[in-house]
Design a protein. Structure first.
Length: 290
């Protein structure tokens, strides 16, 4: 997988790639002397796709894509310039992984025209650290500190930077307070850049092993607004409003879910992330009843 990742980033111009039926979920990260010696291969590969600018079609069906790998995929594809076809069918993504899939569907920067996601199912366990784009404030410390040798945690940090940048916070690192890297307080700086001349710009991450911080977005609304009102205002602003074209894509995801477990995962993930118009909610309600 490491050779394939390197080839996609630095070497071959690949447009169509299939990893269908290759089970990579069994491998987990191994750390010796604080260094990553065996990162989960699928997470490592998917993270590297963020530097690729040639893939048009990617098949990841039945390859053990779990919630960790799904977040790495979201991080990599949220600004991918060419990918239009993706298959993630028959994978244990769980609720948080399903949320990653739906966020990709709803993201206006994503150019997917074809998404196959049949038989998505519950994961074996919940993730240790969860990316929640709606959280006003999150502490990443202690057992929830970001271990930067893990692709999943690196992707989560880039998505936090992207969230802060998306609401206009400049620089987005202002949202990272009380930043401690490897036990030492420091100032966190990041910029969007690419390793390659024709690559896709991504947020740079600090060079270290463990990052602890408080991620806090600024208050929304006047200072007189009370806590509950602020939360309501924040959710109205931050929940993605689904337009017609994106709703059609999301409806296609719903139609592909055959089992009750898959439908429950879809509805739970959808309810946590998005705002819908009344007509869209009526369609969804009718589909659920049927």
């Amino acid at each position: 997988m490491a050779s394939l990742s390197s080839s996609l980033v630095y070497g071959c111009v690949v447009q169509r790639l299939s990893l269908a039926g290759n089970a990579y979920a069994g491998a987990s990260a191994t750390v010796e002397d604080g260094q990553d010696v065996s990162a989960p291969p699928l997470e490592q590969f998917l993270e590297s796709l963020g530097e690729n600018a040639s893939l048009v079609q990617l098949d990841l069906s039945s390859c053990g894509l779990d919630q960790y790998a799904a977040l790495c995929l979201e991080d990599a594809l949220c600004s991918h310039p060419t990918l239009v076809s993706l298959n993630v069918s028959d994978n244990p993504v769980g609720e948080s992984g399903f949320r990653s899939v739906l966020r990709l569907v709803a993201d206006n920067r994503v150019h997917l025209k074809e998404l196959h996601c049949v038989n998505l199912r519950q994961s074996r366990k919940d993730p240790d650290v969860v990316y929640n784009p709606l959280a006003l404030e999150t502490y990443f410390s202690g057992s929830k500190a970001l271990k930067l040798w893990r692709p999943y945690h690196r992707s989560l940090m880039r998505l936090l930077l992207d969230r802060a940048d998306g609401i206009g916070l400049s620089p987005p690192t202002l949202a990272f307070e009380d930043f401690v890297l490897d036990g030492r307080e420091c100032t966190f700086t990041s910029e969007k850049m690419s390793k390659l001349r024709k690559g896709v710009p991504r947020f740079t991450l600090p060079e270290g092993e463990v990052a602890e911080f408080r991620f806090r977005l600024p208050r929304l609304g006047p200072p007189s607004m009370c806590g509950s009102e602020e939360v309501v205002a924040y959710h109205r602003l931050q929940r993605r409003t689904v337009g017609l074209i994106k709703f059609v894509s999301m409806a296609n995801v719903w139609v592909q879910q055959r089992s009750q477990q898959a439908k429950t995962l879809f509805l739970t993930a959808m309810a946590r992330e998005f705002h819908f118009k009344a007509s869209q909610l009526k369609w969804l309600a009718r589909e659920v009843v049927l």
